[in-house]
Design a protein around this ligand. Structure first.
Ligand SMILES: NC(=O)c1ccc[n+]([C@@H]2O[C@H](COP(=O)([O-])OP(=O)(O)OC[C@H]3O[C@@H](n4cnc5c(N)ncnc54)[C@H](OP(=O)(O)O)[C@@H]3O)[C@@H](O)[C@H]2O)c1
Length: 255
């Protein structure tokens, strides 16, 4: 159980692996998600992306302002009611198009939610370079996290954004990090390289690819869910990281 906790710029820490309530790949996953979430909790996941019976203080809940037609306050209060909790650990703006009337005003509303204690940390999801830059020009509190698609085939396209985030202490929350395993468009070379490295380390390709700061993953396979928490101690050498990055170069079309 050695997934490190990741320090956020506002002083809070987040568990390095999170379980999402639905996978993007498997049909029917949403209807089965309660079983999977319960299995994930039983197997040591304590960070949920949207979404329940373990003492509240031991859980870390990420959820999102997704409905642009609601204000972040309305949406947040709705989520608190549905989750049966009085605070959210990490509240993020789901997409740039949720941020109404504009990104800067939306971010100020997120800062207010944090000031009032409804949410502990505030962040972004799927925000690109220009949008993150716009927030940084105007904010009182920097985003703690930006959730982005992160796997070797999108790295060269994403590097300027990752650099900007690193300069500003914004932690990458990587989702779809296993895409090279479930989508040929994300680069079969990455899949082959991850499999070779996994074999050398006596691990699985999933364990090799879930290697960014906070990883948001999900699964409908009970076996896979059980295997993920013990994978927190997998160490990938810089040489292996280089091989994965090289395998991903030239496959940037899946963002
Ligand atoms: N903020 C956003 O905009 C956003 C966007 C997307 C996702 N997310 C978050 O990130 C979470 C995970 O997203 P994701 O599903 O894209 O993550 P992912 O970790 O890339 O993919 C999980 C999927 O990979 C499959 N998989 C694992 N190992 C495999 C293998 N060896 N071969 C083939 N398939 C394999 C799993 O299948 P099995 O079910 O068979 O195990 C599962 O369906 C979501 O639940 C959500 O919380 C956020």
């Amino acid at each position: 159980m050695t997934w490190a906790r990741i320090r956020l710029s506002d002083g809070h820490t987040a568990p390095g692996i999170a379980f999402g309530s639905a996978t993007r790949r498997s049909t029917g996953a949403t209807s089965k998600s309660v079983t999977h979430i319960l299995t994930a909790l039983k197997n040591g996941f304590v960070h949920l992306d949207t979404a329940q019976r373990i003492p509240r203080e031991q859980l870390f809940i990420t959820t999102k302002w997704s409905e642009g037609d609601m204000s972040p306050r309305q949406a947040c209060e709705e989520s608190l009611k549905q989750l049966g909790t009085d605070y959210i650990d990490l509240y993020v703006i789901h997409h740039t198009w949720t941020a109404k009337p504009d990104i800067k005003t939306a971010w100020r509303a997120m800062e207010e939610l944090q000031q009032e204690g409804l949410v502990r940390s505030i962040g972004l999801s799927a925000f690109g370079y220009d949008e993150v830059k716009a927030i940084l020009e105007d904010c009182k509190v920097k985003p703690a996290v930006n959730m982005i698609m992160l796997h070797p085939s999108v790295l060269s396209e994403t590097q300027p954004l990752l650099d900007l985030m690193a300069e500003n202490d914004i932690v990458p929350g990587g989702y779809s990090s296993l895409k090279p395993l479930w989508d040929d468009g994300a680069g079969s070379t990455v899949r082959e390289t991850a499999s070779d490295i996994a074999q050398a380390l006596h691990r699985s390709p999933e364990h090799v690819l879930l290697r960014c700061a906070i990883v948001y993953t999900s699964s409908t396979s009970l076996e896979r869910i059980e295997s993920l928490i013990p994978a927190g101690d997998v160490e990938i050498s810089s040489e292996h990281v280089k091989k994965l990055d090289e395998a991903g170069r030239g496959h940037d079309k899946s963002l």
